[in-house]
Design a protein. Structure first.
Length: 217
């Protein structure tokens, strides 16, 4: 399972890259707005730091403008995965880009059949938003489970399941159990993955006991 960082904050990426757990990046218009920076600067800096895919979302909704934006984004760096919304126009763009071997991340997926459409359109990644499903009273993880079953039924569907809208470590655990190929994780949640009070308590005790021996390694 790969971990992407779900952020447009370049400093967070710089801080976390040495963990070895940042396999790629996902951004979205909200995250770019929150960064307060020019999207192009953010994207170029991200591409210089990470080895894996950097998802960047188109801004338009109509096919003609979307495909122009997508091609402009793809020209910036080959690491860029073009994020398109799960709409008829978005999937048309997806099909066209994937024919040209450009990575596409189909975003805002909320049903298994939407994920089937995205895969048939040649998506590299399909992003089911588990947290937003939880927010409206559904079990977001059911989405990942159902998509996994569908994709396993048809080996020719090459799309990767990218569990998105991850809110806490339990989502990461559940997504891993459900067979998501990737989880895109906010920096705060990635840091939480290391944590357990017994780990901290154990370290404290070992440090204290080792010091009491007066030895060095
Ligand atoms: C995924 O690509 C999105 O950027 C993200 O996971 C959305 O998460 P949110 O529902 O917490 O905004």
């Amino acid at each position: 399972m790969e971990f992407f960082l779900d952020t447009a904050d370049v400093n967070e990426v710089k801080e976390l890259i040495d963990t070895g757990f940042v396999d790629g990046i996902t951004t979205n218009p909200t995250l770019i707005a929150r960064s307060g920076r020019q999207w192009k600067d953010v994207v170029k800096e991200m591409c210089a730091i990470v080895e894996g895919p950097v998802s960047v979302e188109v801004a338009s909704l109509d096919y003609e403008t979307m495909i122009q934006e997508a091609r402009r984004l793809a020209d910036i760096n080959e690491k860029i995965a073009i994020k398109v919304p799960l709409t008829p126009a978005g999937l048309r763009v997806c099909k066209e880009l994937s024919t040209d071997d450009i990575m596409v991340n189909v975003t805002l997926c909320f049903t298994p059949v939407q994920a089937l459409l995205a895969a048939k359109a040649g998506a590299t990644f399909v992003s089911p938003f588990v947290g937003r499903m939880d927010d409206i009273g559904h079990d977001g993880m059911d989405l990942i489970k159902d998509i996994r079953v569908i994709y396993e039924n048809y080996a020719g569907l090459g799309a990767n399941i990218l569990a998105a809208s991850i809110r806490h470590p339990l989502h990461v655990l559940q997504a891993a159990k459900a067979g998501a190929d990737v989880a895109t994780i906010p920096p705060s949640v990635l840091r939480q993955l290391y944590k357990h009070p017994l780990t901290d308590r154990g370290i404290d005790a070992f440090v204290k006991d080792w010091e009491s021996t007066g030895q060095k390694i």
